[in-house]
Design a protein around this ligand. Structure first.
Ligand code: NAI
Length: 347
């Protein structure tokens, strides 16, 4: 494969490959930038059709973390790890310990936490071999722990900013939100929105999760394809990325897209497509920074849960600034955010 001129290679500072023959570990740690501090970003445990797809994922996600951490005002660079889920290789404690050793060998240039397929219990095992890990179980009132609820809080606040900017409404009373994906973030978000008076339509590939949300929040449950065409005020992608494409965008029937998933736009052209349709897009790495804000506070020992909540609240103002700049310059919101982030990381 092409390396330095691969389309997703963005002058990453380092891309590290690790194997451990005893446990079957195969992992990639991509460090995009340490301009603002150690590269922080979670570990994804996922099965890829081809190994090259795992490399692409690590390259894209680590770049996104540089942008996310910079825009969240964190003293951290951007990195991401991928542990390849392989047939016949279990995610054993020994494998996670070996992965902890791999992280430790980077001497603190990379700091991990949970991402898709990793739990706080997994982080505890990784922590046996390195101190460069966060998202560990913490006592009540302390910063840190599972980042999902903090991410949901940030998305809730960011969506509120989008609703205010686009619909001129203060709050969610009567606002119709379609949520795609009811996992750690999506379910917590649904709970907050329902409590704030929103009308919900939800979908999950796991029908039991959709049924649970329908019962708990009076939400309407629809199929996973239908959720992208629901007539609503807001679409909130909280499943996996790349759901906004040349095919799905023309069929959207919403005023706003605001959700937690990383890399929601399949290509940069999709930001232009949303803008051209007059759909307000809350850039993913700005609105979904609540979790990293929480785990970085834990890692740095910088403040308690209340301090974290105050930092997450700043996502609202940050998005309003992006929306205003987008309006003033007739530029898609994702491009406005990218330009701001690139300036912050010196690129
Ligand atoms: P999760 O794995 O707990 O939940 C994902 C949910 O989406 C699951 O319920 C799954 O069944 C569902 N799903 C998968 N494909 C679907 C599809 N095509 N249609 C409908 N539902 C589908 O993941 P989590 O932690 O809730 O994260 C959600 C998204 O937010 C991911 O893209 C993640 O990368 C991103 N994110 C998560 C953060 C966190 O703190 N957990 C932080 C920042 C981003």
């Amino acid at each position: 494969m092409a390396v330095f001129d691969a389309s997703d290679f963005d002058a990453h500072e380092g891309v590290h490959f690790f194997t451990d023959r005893a446990t079957g570990l195969q992992a990639i740690i991509a460090i995009h930038s340490t301009h603002l501090g150690p590269a922080a970003g979670g570990t994804r445990y996922w099965s890829y059709a081809r190994d090259v797809d795992a490399i692409t994922d690590a390259l894209r996600l680590s770049r996104g973390m540089s942008y996310k951490n910079a825009m969240a005002g964190l003293p951290m660079g951007g990195g991401k790890a991928v542990v390849l889920k392989k047939a016949g290789v279990d995610k054993t404690e020994a494998l996670l310990e070996a992965f902890g050793g791999a992280i430790d060998s980077l001497g603190g240039r990379y700091v991990t936490a949970e991402d898709v397929g990793m739990s706080d219990a997994d982080m505890t095992v990784i922590a046996r071999r390195t101190r460069h890990v966060s998202g560990l179980p913490v006592p009540g009132g302390a910063a840190g722990g599972n980042p999902g609820p903090s991410t949901a809080e940030g998305v809730f606040r960011g969506m509120r900013a989008a609703v205010k900017h686009k619909l001129g409404k203060d709050g969610f009373a009567g606002v119709h939100v379609a949520i795609q994906g009811l996992g750690s973030v999506g379910y917590a978000l649904a709970e907050k929105l329902a409590a704030a008076g929103a009308k919900l339509t939800v979908a999950d590939i796991d029908p039991a999760r959709a049924a649970k949300a329908a019962q708990a929040f009076g939400a309407a449950a629809v199929g996973v394809d239908a959720i992208m065409r629901v007539s609503a005020d807001v679409l909130s992608p909280c499943a996996l990325g790349a759901g906004l494409t040349a095919e799905t965008i023309p069929a959207l029937d919403v005023a706003i897209v605001a959700g937690a998933a990383n890399n929601q736009l399949a290509t940069p052209d999709d930001g232009v497509r949303l803008h051209a349709r007059g759909i307000l897009y809350a850039p993913d790495y700005v609105i979904n920074a609540g979790g990293i804000i929480n785990v970085v506070a834990e890692y740095l020992g910088d403040g308690d849960a209340d301090a974290v909540t105050a930092r997450i609240a700043q996502i609202e103002g940050r998005l309003l600034d992006i929306f205003a700049e987008s309006d003033a310059s007739s530029t898609p919101t994702d491009r406005v955010a990218d330009a701001m982030a690139q300036k912050l990381i010196g690129r």
